[in-house]
Design a binder for this molecule. Structure first.
Ligand SMILES: [Zn+2]
Length: 109
């Protein structure tokens, strides 16, 4: 049996962690839109950093959506049900990726 309440706690902890990270990254991105430095080498570094932060921001956002989705699936009692084939998601897989919504065979195909 899956320990639903433990999983919910785990997912909620992950959610707050991701929300904090997202806020920090976005704050950083906004600060960077201020005056850029005169030095060309420094400008290039700033642009590069921005691109990295942009990617981190998008990835964090996507992960956060998955975590939120998993929490709502948990509440509906559909947590271990594959969204594609409707089959049971292997519990070991859920332990490894707590916010997955598809079973191993659907993930593989
Ligand atoms: Zn499936």
């Amino acid at each position: 049996m899956l320990d639903i309440s433990a999983i919910e706690l785990q997912l909620k902890a992950k959610q707050s962690e991701l929300e904090v990270r997202l806020r920090n990254v976005n704050n950083d991105l906004q600060r960077k839109s201020g005056p850029i430095s005169q030095d060309f080498a420094e400008q290039a570094t700033e642009v590069e950093n921005d691109q990295v932060m942009e990617v981190i921001s998008q990835e964090t956002e996507a992960e956060l959506q998955q975590v939120k989705h998993a929490i709502s699936r948990l509440k509906k009692g559909e947590y271990s049900q594959c969204e594609i084939c409707g089959g049971e998601i292997n519990h070991a897989r859920l332990k490894a990726i707590p916010y997955t919504a598809i079973c191993i065979s659907c993930a593989d195909s």
